[in-house]
Design a protein around this ligand. Structure first.
Ligand SMILES: *Cc1c(COP(=O)(O)O)cnc(C)c1O
Length: 366
């Protein structure tokens, strides 16, 4: 079986873990500080605030940007549910704008149509889905024009670039995840990035019980801290990230080259102004074909998966909150048609050939 995801964990990670264990400093410690600085520096951001996972990082980023009860936050319905849930945690309400059917990211035109009518939007929560940067020129233009801050959900886009600039450095704040299946991992883990000293100070309080002085607590915070163990792993993984991203792009280019001409499926687009990191390699097949296609791949020993099978507002939780079917037709269509194929850095040339052959064979059977 060629797995869809394959976390890479080497000798260097084991070695540094042993060092941390021997030091007996397991919770907050020097590696947390080192990792925050290294990751922020890598992304071209001034400040990094480590968090326990990507979801808590998103929550802390939103709170630090001033999102509060009753606020409206514009976001995409085509993402992992944590994106929209982080808005709910603040007591705020997600407003969903439809996606661009080629990049699967929020459509700036759809976002503007909402911003024009609804002056109560307090933030734009932008996801770089599958490791493909959103159109940050258009998004930042909207941010200026409507005076709404941007918060980036970079959980799938470590090191991805838009016009040469690394994602996570565009908005007022950004959140990353280091979950086991992401492009780099600490098991569970996350980080908030910002260029603002004020947002840094607030986010730091949010993740540590609202602490300001030694034992002074000035706001309701949480225990969203990252451990020294996780941060040490993160430091090692960060050093390997660029090599992995190159491998992911190389694998995606091979798949695009050999699957691009098939009539029954469409491959990912590669906009010239972006450098994606292919967290997922996602193709589209007609809705009626998807089940058969996935069964065929499974029978050939190829792992595949659906990210995501439903627009977030079609989840029972959100239907109960009053969202209606049909508000973002492109997101619903994508949810019915997408399939992700293996693209991770551990794939061998032989694996890639096997994937191509299996997909081509399905086309010939049609
Ligand atoms: C993984 C992910 C998250 C949440 O991160 P966790 O570390 O799992 O909490 C948020 N948004 C997106 C787009 C993700 O892929």
């Amino acid at each position: 079986m060629i797995p869809l995801v394959h976390p890479i964990f080497g000798r260097e990670e084991k070695k540094i873990l042993n060092e941390v264990v021997d030091s007996r400093i397991l919770a907050s410690g020097e590696y947390v500080d080192k990792f925050e600085k290294a990751f922020a520096g890598y992304c071209g951001s001034k400040y990094g605030i480590a968090a326990s996972n990507g979801t808590t990082a998103l929550h802390a980023a939103l709170l630090a940007c001033g999102i509060k009860k009753g606020d409206m936050v514009l976001t995409t319905p085509f993402s992992f549910i944590a994106t929209a849930n982080s808005v709910l945690y603040c007591g705020a309400k997600p407003v969903f704008a439809d996606i661009d059917p080629e990049t699967y990211n929020i459509s700036a035109a759809a976002a503007e149509a909402i911003l024009k009518k609804d002056r109560s939007i307090r933030a734009l929560l932008i996801v770089h889905l599958y490791g493909m940067p959103a159109d940050m020129s258009a998004i930042m233009r909207l941010s200026k024009k409507y005076k709404v801050p941007v918060i980036e959900d970079c959980a799938q886009a470590h090191g991805a670039k838009f016009k040469g600039r690394t994602v996570g450095s565009f908005g007022a704040a950004a959140a990353f995840s280091f979950y086991a299946t992401k492009n780099m991992t600490t098991g569970e883990g996350g980080i908030v990035l910002t260029n603002s000293a004020a947002i840094d100070a607030l986010a730091r309080q949010v993740v540590n019980h609202g602490r300001s002085g030694h034992s002074t607590h000035t706001l309701l915070g949480y225990n969203y801290r990252l451990t020294n163990l996780a941060a040490a792993i993160g430091l090692v993984q960060l050093g390997k990230l660029d090599g992995w991203s190159v491998a992911r792009r190389r694998n995606a280019a091979f798949l695009n080259k050999h699957l691009g001409g098939l009539g029954f499926l469409s491959v990912p687009v590669l906009p010239e102004d972006r450098e994606p990191v292919f967290h997922q390699y996602t193709v589209r097949v007609k809705a009626g074909l998807r089940d058969r296609f996935m069964k065929h791949l499974a029978a050939k020993g190829i792992g595949c998966g659906i990210y995501y099978p439903a627009a977030i507002y079609r989840q029972p939780l959100y239907l109960d909150l009053g969202y209606r079917k049909g508000i973002c037709p492109e997101a619903e269509k994508a949810a019915a048609e997408v399939v992700s194929l293996p693209v991770h850095p551990s794939l061998k040339q032989e694996d890639l050939r096997k994937i191509v052959e299996a997909v081509q064979a399905f086309g010939e059977e049609l």
